[in-house]
Design a protein around this ligand. Structure first.
Ligand code: SF4
Length: 359
């Protein structure tokens, strides 16, 4: 059986330059091809009319082109929902499927994208974590999700496009940093279709300290969100065992402080409120003490129930007291509305369906 050709959209720009150089072509050709793939979403080399026929033939002999397209699509049917959250299922070249979410609000169209298939960190409250880990997504697969969601936006409202991107889908983006950065470069570089400002992109992490330090020094201007969920080391370890043990609160606080001072941007602390677990005033006090040491804002989110998982959403009265305590402590606090709960597209609910069995 012949091996399938390598999908050219899986190559980074540097790898594409190396491949073109091996074919005796100058490096600017790689940039042209990259733009055809990621700006024009070319589905065949024949579309790349800027290239000679001979080069298109050579490329077609060495590579295939697999552009991600939605194979399924669901819309949130909550009553009175004017801008329904939408979830799409995309099939990757190896048959694995990945979910991405479009969150529409009055003046924003936000793509919530995945960076891994499954997640190695296995937080017990998260549907993705319960899937286990299959593999990292390539930069092309990350970018492909965003283009596919953008097509959904344009199909619905001609002329409209995505305005924001959040890496809050499946997986931990800072365990796949190279590909996440490569995708962000494609999405924010001039001459490509999106050319989004980096400030419209948020990377959400459990707190992978070395990678936070790397981002802080990189000069990138993307926003950073950190899932904290408890400012008590022991409790955090019970909620996110792998991440909390590997990246303890003390060192995490220091890394976030350095990050906010070197970038001048506040870090968003994401705090998932779980009934009877991390929603007391003592928990709020510990959170306030942690958050006061660096430039940040706090985003409280309600838990979205997942089948067979024991956690429960906070009571609204407890949430209000928790929020008030933090505000009285001088912190900037918002409560994030949950989108897409009816289609399992809300935070922590993403898990691929139809995945082939592991080899
Ligand atoms: S919450 Fe995030 S880090 Fe934890 S298992 Fe889920 S995807 Fe992974």
């Amino acid at each position: 059986m012949t091996e399938p050709l390598q999908n050219i959209t899986d190559l980074t720009l540097r790898e594409l330059q190396q491949a073109l150089s091996a074919l005796g072509e100058p490096s600017f050709r790689a940039t042209q091809i990259h733009q055809w793939l990621f700006s024009h979403r070319a589905a065949s080399f024949d579309e790349m009319t800027i290239l000679s026929l001979a080069l298109r033939k050579k490329l077609a002999e060495s590579f295939s082109i697999h552009q991600l397209r939605a194979v399924d699509h669901q819309e949130c049917l909550e009553e009175g929902c004017e801008n329904p959250t939408q979830k799409i299922l995309l099939e990757l070249q190896d048959g694995i499927r990945v979910e991405s979410v479009l969150i529409a609000s009055e003046n924003r169209m936000t793509a919530c994208v995945s960076s891994q298939i499954g997640c190695p960190l296995q937080c017990p409250f998260c549907a993705t974590g319960r899937m286990g880990f299959r593999r990292n997504l390539t930069a092309g697969e990350i970018t492909g999700q965003i283009y596919a969601l953008n097509e959904l936006v344009a199909a619905r409202v001609p002329g409209k496009a995505l305005t924001n991107i959040v890496f809050m889908g499946m997986g931990e983006p800072l365990l796949n940093t190279d590909n996440v950065i490569e995708a962000i470069e494609t999405l924010t570089t001039r001459n490509y279709r999106f050319c989004l400002s980096q400030k419209r992109i948020t990377i959400s992490t459990v707190g992978v300290i070395p990678e936070i330090q790397r981002l802080g020094k990189s000069g990138m201007k993307t926003k950073l969100a950190v899932s904290l969920h408890s400012a008590d080391q022991e409790k955090r370890e019970s909620l996110m065992p792998i991440a909390a043990r590997q990246y303890p609160l003390k060192e995490l606080g220091k890394a976030l402080g350095e990050y906010s001072s070197s970038t001048g941007m506040p870090v968003t602390i994401v705090y998932l409120l779980l009934r009877g677990i991390n929603d007391s005033l003592d928990d709020a006090r510990l959170l306030a003490r942690f958050a006061k040491t660096f430039l940040c804002k706090i985003n409280l989110i309600d838990y979205n129930s997942i089948n067979n998982i024991k956690f429960k959403p906070v009571y609204s009265a407890a949430r209000e007291l928790f929020q008030q305590y933090l505000m009285n402590s001088g912190l900037h606090v918002t409560v994030r509305k949950s989108y897409g709960t009816t289609i399992n597209a809300a935070c922590g609910q993403l898990a691929t369906v139809g995945m082939p069995n592991p080899q």
